[in-house]
Design a protein around this ligand. Structure first.
Ligand SMILES: [Zn+2]
Length: 310
């Protein structure tokens, strides 16, 4: 390997790491379950163990990290919504202490996915890309004029909290009718169970997607509902940002046309200005490793993806 970035993806259920080379190839991929207990240090030790296992005796040139938000950025003090034991945890500083002299760069996990898709995936070759993840939550990252947009506090690209229905369901953010409230896996499951789909069972968005593929009418209607909400939000984003391409990854994207057909219908109904209607929506290309590839790009291509340190 010419260059070798230790890339890390910290999520509520899993932590993953790998070594990424200059072409975006991932080697030595490994992952562990995220400890769910209240002990912040136990979680840190589990992460450190994973990194030791993956790094081995490779010569590391930097560390790139994607982590669930919110966070104080670029300081990298993280308080992931789905990792209650980390509140204001100084993840970037801890890693910098562990890898002295090396660049350590950290961003929101959905932003890393968007960066990965822009650098090596379905957004490659396009200057204006919105990269989205639709699964337990709905996240995104925004690349305009070939540069990652951070915004005032590193939080630009939060398309999950664009409002698609002001009278819609309550959202974890405290608002109402956000895209995430409608289209996230658990939101769709709740909606489908209200309509009589597998009521009373303990089921997830993965079950819902599988039933939609198997032609269950309520599950299909749920995908339709998610697709329409996504189309409405993407139409707004396309008008605001003059986008070339939107990439969609995450579990729900696996349902293919069941999600993308209603999405396209709603998008074309609402993207009426010619410049917005030119946007193309495509499935993400990098799968589960997109976040690692993007985290590495923070280190490898700062001219495009890192402005965190002034
Ligand atoms: Zn919200």
């Amino acid at each position: 390997m010419d260059v070798c970035v230790l890339a890390v993806d910290v999520g509520g259920t899993k932590m993953a790491a790998g070594l990424v080379d200059g072409a975006g190839r991932v080697a030595g991929f490994a992952r562990v379950a995220t400890p769910s207990g209240p002990d912040a240090e136990a979680l840190w030790r589990a992460l450190a163990g994973l990194l030791d296992e993956v790094a081995g005796d490779a010569e590391i040139t930097g560390v790139g990290v994607g982590c669930g938000g919110p966070m104080v950025w670029p300081a990298g003090e993280v308080s992931p919504l789905n990792i209650p034991s980390w509140r204001g945890f100084p993840l970037r500083a801890r890693l910098a202490g562990r890898y002295p002299g090396l660049p350590v760069r950290l961003h929101n996990d959905a932003i890393c996915v968007a960066v990965g898709e822009h650098w090596r995936g379905a957004g490659r070759g396009h200057r204006n890309v919105l990269g989205m993840v639709v699964s337990t939550g709905v996240g995104g990252g925004l690349i305009l004029d070939d540069r990652l947009i951070d915004g005032g506090t590193g939080n630009a690209g939060h398309i999950g909290h664009v409002v698609v229905d002001p009278d819609g369901p309550p959202c974890v953010c405290g608002g109402r009718g956000c895209l995430e409230a409608v289209a996230r896996g658990p939101g769709l499951v709740a909606w489908a169970q209200d309509q009589g789909w597998r009521t009373g069972e303990s089921v997830t968005g993965v079950d819902l997607a599988a039933d939609a593929v198997a032609d269950d009418p309520v599950a299909r209607a749920a995908m339709d509902r998610a697709g329409r909400a996504l189309g409405v939000a993407i139409a707004s984003a396309a008008h605001l940002c003059d986008l070339d391409v939107v990439t969609i990854g995450g579990g729900l994207a696996q349902t293919g046309a069941l999600l993308f057909d209603p999405l396209e219908q709603a998008l074309r109904a609402h993207a009426r200005m010619a410049f917005a209607d030119r946007v193309r929506v495509v499935p993400a290309a990098l799968g589960q490793q997109a976040g690692l590839v993007g985290a590495a790009a923070l280190v490898l291509h700062p001219a495009h993806y890192w402005r965190g340190d002034g």
